[in-house]
Design a binder for this molecule. Structure first.
Ligand code: 5AD
Ligand code: SF4
Length: 440
């Protein structure tokens, strides 16, 4: 049993996507605003927030094993709060299964975390999983300090209802944050040290708003307005849906010099029968045509994708179409997952499961293709001059780590400081990083 004194120190553990990282930072800021401070380590924290991910079964299982691990050698547990998408989807089950959990708060309600923690510290058990998020952002404190590369959630939720995906249920309907709020938050991040901002949303390119002159704009217009912030050097965005890749956004990759030449555009499969069964609103061919238009606008753009192998009923020939699509695109990086049936999604009831060993084999073959292309992309960068945003120290003495415009990890050992935007020449390449030397 946790003690009934208000917690003074906290620790937030975030699982899953970058939006969870953003939410985790915001929860930490809320707790600091209440007078709490970050604990040096999780096992000394009075309050532990597990900010969870529900996207695949494996991710969800992690929560329960992590709750178990929070029990300390002296038999006590910290005050445990479960936040994020598992809290949203399985709040009641968590409360029933894990008596040590005292707070369950969904991703659209975490502005209430401090009040819930206070109530739990007084002996209660608190659950809040209301949607939508309209009240949340307004209740969050002003942003202060930031590292060189910051996340900014501009859009949440999803109306696409891909048949395998829980996001429309855990994050709710598509919601765009207002233009003025985003400009203000971006300015605060830049004043706090950010030189690069990654705009986040489950369907980030579905963002819609009205600018300060009353014009209806999309993501391209927002990126243009953000580019006017002098000390902001780089703008990125993720994750995009092919259906929302409009002409203006494609043109922005040619016209907006602060928009980085990188696009994460999940396709999931290269086979049209599977794409239809997934309720993706594109075909393999329409996706490839879209990629061609993006490349025409920005020839050096690095492309990234997500893939699911072993969707119900996927045949060897259908999987081969995915490999062919990978060959046709030449991704600079990609993420691939074995299909995981999620409770409440249409695909979970399809039957016709692909055997585990077939899935493993397909995942391996897909990895091999993507790794080949990633290495080829990195090798083709050797000799290029580009800027690198220095984010942290490397493991070796005097070494610095940062990202190239194409989101490659770059390391070099010339003098520099965190937050510098240095010009380098890329001199050698591995599958996951490149070595460089400063030339400025
Ligand atoms: N099984 C496997 N992968 C999934 N993804 C989403 N839902 C599932 C699922 N049920 C993958 C998709 C998505 C990425 C974030 O996670 O590829 O783009
Ligand atoms: Fe996981 Fe998706 Fe929720 Fe992000 S939005 S935490 S990836 S389930």
């Amino acid at each position: 049993m946790a003690s009934l004194t208000p917690p003074r120190t906290f620790h937030v553990t975030s699982f899953g996507c970058q939006m969870n990282v953003y939410d985790g930072e915001r929860m930490a800021e809320l707790l600091v605003a209440e007078g709490m401070s970050a604990a040096g380590a999780r096992d000394t924290a009075d309050l532990v927030v597990l900010n969870t991910c529900h996207i695949r079964e494996k991710a969800t299982e992690k929560v329960y094993s992590d709750i178990g691990r929070l029990r300390r050698e002296d038999g006590t547990t910290p005050l445990i709060a479960v936040a994020g998408c598992v809290a949203q989807a399985e709040g009641a089950e968590i409360m029933a299964r894990a008596p040590s959990v005292r707070v369950v708060v969904g991703p659209q309600a975490y502005h209430r975390l401090p009040a819930m923690v206070a109530a739990a510290a007084a002996g209660g058990r608190e659950t809040e999983t209301d949607m939508p998020a309209t009240a949340k952002f307004a209740a969050l404190p002003r942003r202060r300090k930031s590292g060189p590369s910051a996340f900014l959630t501009i859009q949440e939720g999803c109306d696409k209802f891909c048949t395998y995906c829980v996001v429309p249920y855990t994050r709710g309907a598509e919601l765009s944050r207002p233009f003025a709020d985003l400009i203000a938050e971006a300015r605060a991040l830049v004043e706090g040290g950010a030189r690069e901002i990654t705009l986040l949303g489950q369907n980030v390119n579905a963002w819609r708003g009205t600018d300060d002159r009353g014009r209806a704009i999309g993501l391209a217009g927002l990126a243009e307005a953000l580019a006017a912030i002098t000390d902001l050097a780089r703008i990125r965005y993720t994750t995009s849906h092919p259906a929302d890749m409009d002409d203006a956004l494609i043109a922005a990759h040619a016209d907006n010099p602060k928009l980085m030449p990188f696009l994460h555009l999940p396709v999931q499969s290269g086979n049209d029968r599977v794409l239809r069964a997934m309720n993706r609103s594109h075909s393999a061919d329409s996706y490839l045509k879209l990629i061609a238009r993006v490349r025409a606008a920005r020839p050096d753009i690095a492309l990234s994708g997500d893939f699911i192998v072993g969707f119900p009923g996927e045949t060897e020939a259908e999987f081969a179409d995915t490999l062919a699509l990978i060959d046709a695109v030449g991704y600079a990086q990609a993420f691939s997952f074995k299909f995981s049936p999620r409770p409440g999604t249409p695909a979970a009831t399809l039957g016709d499961a692909v055997p585990a060993e077939v899935m493993d084999d397909r995942l391996q073959r897909l990895h091999a293709r993507v790794n080949r292309d990633q290495l080829a992309f990195n090798r083709a960068s050797i000799g290029r001059r580009c800027n690198v945003l220095v984010e942290r120290r490397g493991r070796q003495d005097g070494q610095w780590l940062g990202k190239s415009p194409w989101l490659q990890s770059v390391h070099f050992t010339d003098p520099a400081a965190i937050g510098d935007l240095v010009t380098v020449e890329l001199i050698s390449a591995g599958p996951n990083s490149l070595a460089a030397r400063r030339v400025d």
